[in-house]
Design a protein. Structure first.
Length: 207
């Protein structure tokens, strides 16, 4: 009886987690910042589609919502809104566009591992995918966040063949923690610039 109880407990522990990937339209929201992101993203996608001779796609930003016995967390890359990053679980920052101008807040991004946090514009997500329920992998994702690369946003400093951005961080975390990112699908006609660069960097030197 004791052995059976132990096995049940182990089985519960193995699935006592939930990691969800959110696909949010790039520039979701109504503020000035959202309008700027939508406009610049639209220009980028139009030029990319023309250069690659393909139809224009819908651009998406990704984030993670993660639940483990220790609590619920939001993992995301966002602009830096103010100096109260500790309240949002910020563990790292990086430059946007160029390292020379990162002293200005508008040219920095932050990486959040926010306990009991919120995902801005989560209600506008067009898809919410559960990517794993494995507790060890979920905890590994949490542990990896502070160790994530912080290259310049919008550039390919890591020579992955694609720029680094918020999607890169999410795919890096998932791939590095052992989640099969090959199985993750975008919404129809969707594109997530930076997604592949995160996966490529994650696989360099991985045991």
């Amino acid at each position: 009886m004791a052995a059976g109880s132990a096995m049940a407990a182990d089985g519960e522990a193995a699935t006592a987690a939930k990691v969800e990937l959110l696909w949010i339209p790039l520039g979701a929201g109504t503020g000035t910042g959202a309008r700027i992101v939508r406009f610049s993203g639209g220009v980028f996608e139009s030029l990319s589609a023309w250069r690659e001779r393909r139809p224009r796609g819908d651009l998406y930003h990704s984030s993670l919502e993660l639940a483990v016995p220790e609590g619920r967390f939001v993992i995301e890359v966002t602009p830096v809104p103010d100096a109260r990053g500790r309240e949002r679980g910020v563990v790292a920052e990086g430059a946007v566009g160029s390292r020379w101008i990162r002293r200005l807040r508008v040219f920095r991004y932050e990486i959040r591992r926010w306990r009991d946090g919120v995902t801005p514009d989560a209600e506008e997500a067009v898809a919410r995918l559960q990517v794993t329920d494995d507790l060890d992998r979920a905890r590994r994702i949490l542990a990896l966040v502070p160790a994530a690369p912080t290259p310049v946003w919008g550039r390919d400093e890591l020579r992955a063949g694609e720029m680094w951005n918020s999607n890169s961080l999410i795919s890096w975390l998932l791939d590095r923690s052992g989640v099969d990112t090959e199985e993750i699908r975008l919404p129809p006609k969707g594109r997530a610039p930076g997604w592949n660069s995160g996966r490529i960097v994650a696989r360099r030197g991985r045991p």
